[in-house]
Write a protein that binds this ligand. Structure first.
Ligand SMILES: NC(=O)c1ccc[n+]([C@@H]2O[C@H](COP(=O)([O-])OP(=O)(O)OC[C@H]3O[C@@H](n4cnc5c(N)ncnc54)[C@H](O)[C@@H]3O)[C@@H](O)[C@H]2O)c1
Length: 694
């Protein structure tokens, strides 16, 4: 075996030269790998003892993509285009042997090969769009030539990988190899030579492009089909344009077009924000003061108290991860209702073809209902999801402490209560933690985990690992009113309510935030969640909000009652402005002595978003969140903050903290002390720094 570079070796195995990449953990295409593949293939071409070449990878995967740490740095030779060019123009057939995942540059490299084979569990894809980019090494030109335009558009503009079986079906691979992959690939390469099969250069193949030439509407139809999901994103459109280039331009020109469109994205703010977010999400998994090797508690069973809106959704996450759940309710009737809703939710997913009946049956078989808290004696973790009432929660935690085995974690899904106080209702406060799921709990990705002053490192590390197991993205925060997400949201809500009194139309407030990229504005969101939720909280705290209270007093709880801030036709979720609400607002403004005025879109945006950023600075100062990027993760996954803006604090850095600071001072002059800049924000602004510098 000859080492070509530190990461790639070459060896002749009989009549086949094998080029092997070994760059753990995922064989990313760093410069040493690129140089090694080029050198390895050149060595095979020069080696008279071999008549074919296999490109294979060591470790758990084929090349899983570009080396993202090289992004933004000066390019290092050889570039991937050059490497792929050497492979494609090889005089001996080159076969890619794919296991694990061939993603991005990895798949583009494989597309430079004359043939591709894979084992049955392999996956292939071009996920660059998820980082705000497009495949820039020929992927947008070669993939359509192999799988046709519709499939290429789906894979490139959607970014999701496909499995080996599908890849075989669409002609992306030639064979699924059973048994040893490299052996199988060598045998395949020998067969290619023995049968005198052609050297398939994908760049020369144009048959699959014909369909789009005769039906150019294919592209606009595709645009329409992804319009809702890709709203405001730049990368999907550039992906589509690049694939259009594959049809309308000769291959070499298509590559140039791909390059231009790639550079446009690479230099844009969206891809920078999306790459920032990629790292932020991974960083959020690490809790600075919890060592990596902290021992974990085995979680094999879970108990859930309360089978209401949240309890049912939380249960579904565990069931889908194969973890048996015992769910407790106060009465048989409430229990039957809760379990009935879980079953109906699964049945709806099955009927849409998004879940197999067997999978649903398996989930339901893992669920046990009971009205006796004692049945939680042996579970490894309990998640409490009953009414938001401190006295009742403390009583339940006292009981759970007595019933549950030693070492069981006791978690609460509270959104507003002091979890330190809940922990003190037990003799095991170090085992008490907040696991704050977002509604609908079976859908929303965020799990805001809340540590108390006493939560142990083991419990925190266990719950972070557990989040991943049940398909959630966790972020660890500390105890404060509303924790991180809702504490910032409250700031936005307060301003939204003031804005409508001052003269902004509520549909304009919602439109500005929707256009900014949020899934919906604050009033539409309140109608969806139920206006009564906030009303009850305000009543409990003895606070008022004139418009919101008046709306609830009329029974306008939102979508569920057909009326809220908006009117909803029966069976429709489309909000329609309602003159009754406008009257309520005008009256409330008059009662408060407010002179209504025109409010600009710019003011709406700044007044809704800047107080959130200011609050986040306070949260960081108090140590409630460990990193600015954790707050961004919370907002993207918990509230649908547009990922192409990275999160509120990444957005703040983009606007510039000095600009935000100056606007806060201006608003303070106009509206009072609530606009006083947080000391941390002031300090960073004056030093010309951003949250990124913390
Ligand atoms: N709804 C949301 O959007 C949301 C989001 C995040 C967190 N939360 C929090 O989740 C918790 C539950 O909220 P929800 O919206 O699911 O409420 P819900 O009213 O839909 O459900 C609560 C359920 O708990 C049951 N229950 C009450 N006392 C019980 C007891 N002693 N033993 C067993 N069951 C009992 C009730 O019968 C009811 O079915 C609250 O703490 C809430 O703040 C709610």
């Amino acid at each position: 075996m000859t080492a070509i570079t530190d990461f790639v070796s070459y060896e002749a195995q009989g009549s086949v030269g094998v080029v092997t990449v070994n760059n753990p953990p995922v064989n990313a295409l760093s410069v040493g790998v690129r140089a090694g593949i080029k050198g390895g293939v050149e060595a095979a071409i020069a080696d008279d003892s071999v008549s074919a070449v296999v490109l294979a990878c060591e470790g758990r995967t084929f090349i899983a993509g570009a080396d993202i740490t090289e992004f933004g740095k000066p390019p290092m030779e050889p570039g991937l285009h050059e490497v792929i060019g050497v492979i494609e123009s090889s005089s001996k057939p080159v076969v890619a042997a794919i296991h694990g995942t061939a993603l991005g540059g990895g798949l583009e490299t494989a597309l430079g090969c004359h043939y591709r084979v894979a084992n049955g569990t392999a996956k292939v894809g071009l996920p660059e769009v998820k980082l705000g980019l497009l495949p820039g090494a020929g992927g947008t030109q070669r993939l359509p030539r192999v799988v046709g335009i519709p499939m290429a558009l789906t894979m490139i503009a959607g970014g999701n990988p496909i499995g080996a079986k599908k890849a075989l079906e669409v002609g992306l691979i030639s064979e699924i190899i059973e048994g040893d992959l490299t052996e199988g690939a060598i045998a395949f390469a020998k067969k290619v030579v023995a049968e005198g099969r052609p050297l398939v250069k994908i760049s020369d193949q144009n048959d699959k492009l014909e369909e789009a030439k005769s039906n150019p509407a294919i592209f606009d139809d595709f645009r329409k089909s992804i319009a809702r999901k890709s709203r405001n994103f730049e990368a999907p459109e550039n992906c589509i344009k690049a694939v259009e280039g594959s049809v309308n331009l000769p291959f070499a020109e298509g590559l140039k077009r791909e390059r231009e469109l790639f550079m446009e994205l690479m230099q844009g703010e969206q891809s920078k924000a999306q790459q920032y977010f990629f790292f932020s999400e991974r960083l959020a998994n690490k809790i600075p003061d919890v060592p990596k090797d902290t021992p974990l508690i085995d979680i094999n069973t879970a108990g859930i108290v309360g089978a209401g809106t949240m309890g049912g959704g939380i249960a579904m996450n565990f069931l889908q991860a194969g973890i048996p759940v015992t769910i407790v309710e106060t009465t048989q009737e409430a229990l039957d209702k809760g379990i009935g809703i879980i079953e109906a939710n699964y049945a709806a997913t099955v009927s849409k073809g998004r879940m197999k009946q067997e999978a649903m049956d398996k989930c339901m078989s893992l669920l046990t209902g009971t009205t006796s808290l004692e049945d939680l004696a042996d579970v490894d973790i309990v998640i409490e999801a009953i009414f938001e009432n401190m006295d009742v929660k403390k009583e339940i935690f006292g009981k759970l402490d007595a019933i549950c085995k030693d070492g069981a974690i006791l978690a609460t899904n509270t959104s507003t209560l002091d979890i330190d106080e809940i922990g003190e209702a037990t003799k095991r406060p170090e085992y008490v933690i907040g696991l704050h799921f977002f509604s609908p709990a079976n859908v929303m990705k965020l799990l805001e985990e809340v540590r108390t002053k006493k939560t142990s490192a083991t419990v925190m590390a266990t719950c972070m690992a557990l989040a991943k197991r049940i398909g959630k993205v966790p972020a660890m925060v500390g105890v404060c009113d509303g924790f991180v997400g809702n504490r910032m949201l409250a700031q936005r809500g307060e301003q939204a309510n003031k804005l409508i009194l001052e003269g902004a139309k509520l549909e304009d407030v919602d439109r500005v935030l929707f256009d900014f990229g949020m899934p919906m504005g604050p009033f539409a969101m309140s109608d969806l969640a139920g206006n009564d939720v906030g009303w009850r909280i305000r009543q409990g705290r003895g606070v008022t909000s004139p418009v919101a209270d008046a709306i609830c007093e009329l029974g306008r709880f939102g979508q569920k009652t057909g009326d809220g801030y908006y009117h909803y036709e029966k069976g429709s979720r489309t909000p329609q402005p309602d003159p009754i609400v406008e009257d309520i607002i005008v009256k409330a403004a008059r009662d408060a002595g407010i002179n209504r005025r025109e409010v600009s879109d710019e003011e709406i945006l700044k007044r809704c978003i800047y107080p959130m950023i200011n609050e986040a600075a306070k949260i960081l100062e108090e140590g409630i969140a460990a990193r600015a990027s954790d707050i961004d993760v919370i907002w993207v996954y918990g509230y649908g903050w547009p990922i192409y803006r990275g999160g509120p604090l990444r957005y703040a850095d983009h606007i510039g903290l000095e600009n935000i600071y100056n606007d806060l001072l201006k608003f303070k002059e106009e509206h009072g002390d609530e606009w006083t800049p947080a000391p941390l924000l002031e300090k960073l602004a004056k030093e010309g720094k951003g949250f990124k510098d913390l």
